[in-house]
Write a protein that binds this ligand. Structure first.
Ligand code: GCU
Length: 409
């Protein structure tokens, strides 16, 4: 509408630390009824479920039902791929519900070994074929955002975009370090547009329903659901060991929500996930709840609109989403020039989530002072801020690989 585009035009993000509103950080270790959470059991039985329920009903939205069926089909493989260094598989996952179906493809590269390997699982923005120059990777036929630089128009990816995002996926070093990678094009799960007639949502509609109810899932929850369905496949692939769910930006928000909902993910990595991801909403620094709901009305559930320009009313904040991962390893990463995502808010969130990790005897981010750039803190909860822009770089991958080896092996 005209009103909403005016509101967007008028939005001035705050980048001034002295203008961050005063707020109290909701205590992860005090339940809504005022009970102090003093041990793992009270966390798991009382506090965790009530926090998870809040995020599910008021922020990301809940999945409205169960699938009737899920099936997996290996549609392509090569045991001598990636210059002879890796085993490539392309697995089609088909979901069925009320005689409707949806399929997506997992692209996997695994090191050549007979042992189970740790594997990064992450969604990609423009198609599996954009993550590598490997000519055997199937070009998606799903709706895509247009991108002039990548030669994508008519919302249709073609050969032209093969390999355009190799810079974001350091497959060479992942394989060389004895780990695997699995990636899925997020548009095959739910096209990233304010249209609820397609993707995963329509699969679950009751007759006559055209959009999710106020407490039902937006697109972030749909992408997270897709990650869990990929996990249904990965747990029964004998080559795959622990799965670390990873995501950048909006897909980092999805990775966090997937990690919160599904504890089969052994670790979670948020790369520059920002507002509605790792960053504290109550700081209102850079992107805000009101702004994100305005620009991306399909990402969260409708209930989340109650907090537009009203963050103080939130009984939770995003550090409590991070705490839902405990005691599993969690990495929050920021980029210095990515002020829109509020690096400090991402850091503080990891710091405040650490209280819950302590209950489990795990270490995290004790200090409230942000580390220098390019100086990671790598405990069970890890954090770094690197130089540069909103992106995924080889520096980021280098840290993730190192940290996985440190905290998971
Ligand atoms: C926009 C959006 C962010 C999001 C980012 C991305 O900048 O406002 O919330 O994280 O896109 O996905 O790259």
């Amino acid at each position: 509408t005209i009103m909403s585009s005016m509101a967007i035009a008028q939005f001035e993000p705050n980048y001034d630390e002295t203008k961050v509103p005063e707020f109290s950080v909701p205590d992860p270790l005090t339940s809504y009824s005022g009970t102090k959470i003093e041990n793992e059991k009270a966390w798991s039985k009382v506090r965790r479920p009530e926090l998870l329920a809040f995020f599910e009903n008021e922020v990301y939205g809940k999945v409205p039902g169960n699938l009737d069926d899920i099936s997996f089909k290996l549609i392509e493989e090569n045991t001598n791929a990636f210059n002879g260094t890796a085993h490539r598989k392309q697995v089609q996952v088909t979901l069925e519900k009320d005689k409707k179906s949806l399929s997506f493809t997992i692209l996997m590269y695994l090191p050549k070994t007979t042992e189970k390997v740790p594997l990064f699982l992450g969604l990609n923005f423009y198609g599996n074929h954009t993550t590598t120059s490997d000519e055997n990777v199937i070009v998606t036929s799903a709706w895509s955002m247009n991108n002039e630089d990548f030669g994508i128009d008519n919302n249709t990816p073609t050969e032209k975009s093969r390999g355009v995002r190799i810079n974001r996926w350091d497959i060479t070093n992942i394989i060389a370090s004895g780990m695997g990678l699995a990636t899925i094009y997020y548009g095959e799960l739910d096209p990233d547009k304010n249209d609820f007639s397609d993707g995963l949502h329509q699969l679950f509609y009751e007759p006559g329903q055209e959009k999710p109810k106020a407490d039902e899932w937006g697109s972030i929850a749909a992408w997270a659901f897709g990650l869990s369905r990929a996990m249904d496949y990965l747990v029964q692939d004998s080559a795959v060991g622990k799965v670390i769910v990873f995501g950048h930006s909006r897909l980092g928000k999805a990775a966090l929500w997937a990690g919160a909902m599904d504890d089969r993910f052994a670790a979670v990595i948020s790369n520059d996930s920002g507002c509605g991801g790792a960053a504290l909403s109550k700081r209102r620094f850079g992107e805000t709840v009101g702004r994100i709901n305005e620009s991306f009305p399909h990402w969260f559930c409708d209930n989340f609109n109650a907090y537009n320009n009203n963050e103080e009313a939130l009984p939770i904040d995003q550090h409590q989403l991070l705490a839902l991962m405990a005691p599993r390893p969690l990495y929050v990463a920021s980029a210095q020039e990515d002020e829109w995502a509020d690096p400090k808010g991402e850091f503080l969130s990891a710091h405040y989530a650490t209280a819950v990790y302590r209950l489990f005897g795990k270490t995290g981010i004790d200090t409230i002072e942000m580390p220098e750039v390019n100086t990671p803190i790598q405990n069970t909860v890890a954090y770094h801020i690197r130089t540069g822009k909103h992106d995924v770089t080889d520096y980021d991958w280098k840290q993730y690989i190192k940290w996985v080896k440190k905290v998971m092996e």
